[in-house]
Ligand binder design. Structure first.
Ligand SMILES: *Cc1c(COP(=O)(O)O)cnc(C)c1O
Length: 360
């Protein structure tokens, strides 16, 4: 693997006006710069550069458009009250990026290339990290196939790009439960497919179902397994947890579920607090039974964007299941506060999750 000798820097001559921190939304505004590195079969990864944020030019035959060879990651940088810049478990993102790359037959990216890119780009655009409670700088690394050829084979050329977006508080008025539609017909992934990879196509395949759930008044879709449509997998862009009779349950990583970094962290936090947590197969029938019998105490989704998203209602084949009277449960609230406190540097970090980025 070719080791880049240094990142070329082309500074943006015009600086954008930063939007007010209470109007950031999610992934709407982008910082002044972006990072790019190219891959060519004969050269490996080469020519790393930080350039002004701008459109990219691709050949219409680029393989990404036709065969969808593309993967992405998502992580956040936070600025602490004393001005330090922290990343949450970035090592996990590079490991997952390379697992996704492997599944999509995309060449591996060197860890040092990834960390160097993150560090330099954050350093250049550090003034873009918002500071208001709940805000952060969302970082979106992605890789896609650029070879202009229609023959069905893995691309010989790729680009790895990182863009960054200041994002607002997910819950400006406090943590709020969402209503979730259990998808009875379409499926997201099957074992042996690409459900474990963070690849664009998984989302493209989910949009139709998500839109029809929205029309019915539901925020997201809960996916069931692709074979029996019986076992719970995950929600939209989140993993899912249920507190049943004092124990927390989450679907095990069976090969079709995305291995969420928030999921992994929640499991560690629960163990640390001596709250029993089981990773296992959970059927939707079993969940409804527990709900009807009064044992389903809380439900929540986990992911980088929201951290914790409590679930207030499920709808499966027109049968509604209201959880915790549609309110946020104590455990969901406690987990949200603990994890977002660690991320923002206001709470101790017993696991050594936070990585400080020292900027110039
Ligand atoms: C990214 C993602 C998640 C959450 O993963 P985190 O690492 O916690 O952000 C869950 N499910 C899917 C399908 C995802 O793409």
């Amino acid at each position: 693997m070719v080791q880049p000798l240094g990142i070329k820097f082309e500074e943006s001559l015009t600086k954008k006006i930063k939007p007010p921190q209470d109007q950031l939304g999610f992934g709407v505004y982008f910082t002044d710069h972006m990072y790019i590195i190219d891959y060519a079969f004969e050269k490996g990864w080469h020519q790393p550069r930080i350039v002004p944020y701008q459109p990219i030019v691709l050949d219409p035959a680029a393989k990404i458009f036709h065969y969808g060879q593309s993967i992405f990651e998502g992580l956040k940088a936070y600025k602490t009250e004393d001005g330090r810049i922290l990343l949450f478990r970035p090592q996990k993102n590079i490991e997952r990026l390379n697992r996704s790359n492997d599944r999509l037959n995309i060449p591996q990216l060197d860890e040092s290339v990834f960390f160097d890119a993150l560090k330099q780009l954050i350093s250049v655009d550090q003034d873009w990290i918002p500071t208001e409670p709940g805000t952060s700088l969302y970082i979106r690394p992605f890789v896609f196939a650029t070879q202009p050829a229609l023959g069905l084979s893995p691309s010989t050329n790729y680009q790895f790009i990182i863009i960054m977006s200041p994002v607002g508080a997910y819950y400006p008025e406090g943590v709020n439960p969402v209503k979730i539609f259990v998808e009875p017909e379409y499926v997201r992934a099957v074992i042996g497919g690409v459900g474990e990879a963070k690849t664009a196509g998984n989302y493209a395949a989910a949009l139709k179902s998500q839109e029809s759930a929205k029309e019915k008044g539901y925020t997201q879709v809960l996916w069931l397994d692709g074979v029996h449509r019986k076992y719970i997998e995950e929600v939209g862009s989140m993993n899912v947890f249920f507190k049943i009779n004092g124990t927390v349950h989450t679907p095990s990583l069976n090969g079709s579920i995305l291995d969420g970094i928030t999921r992994n962290s929640i499991i560690q936090l629960l163990k640390h607090w001596n709250i029993s947590i089981e990773e296992r197969t959970i059927s939707i029938e079993e969940l409804y039974e527990a709900g009807k019998d009064g044992f389903l105490e809380e439900a929540f989704g986990t992911g980088t964007a929201a951290v914790i998203s409590p679930i207030g209602e499920l709808n499966w084949c027109d049968e509604k299941l209201v959880i915790k009277n549609g309110r946020t449960g104590e455990l969901s609230q406690r987990l949200y506060e603990a994890l977002s406190g660690i991320q923002k540097g206001t709470m101790p970090d017993p696991f050594g999750w936070m990585v400080e980025v020292r900027v110039k």
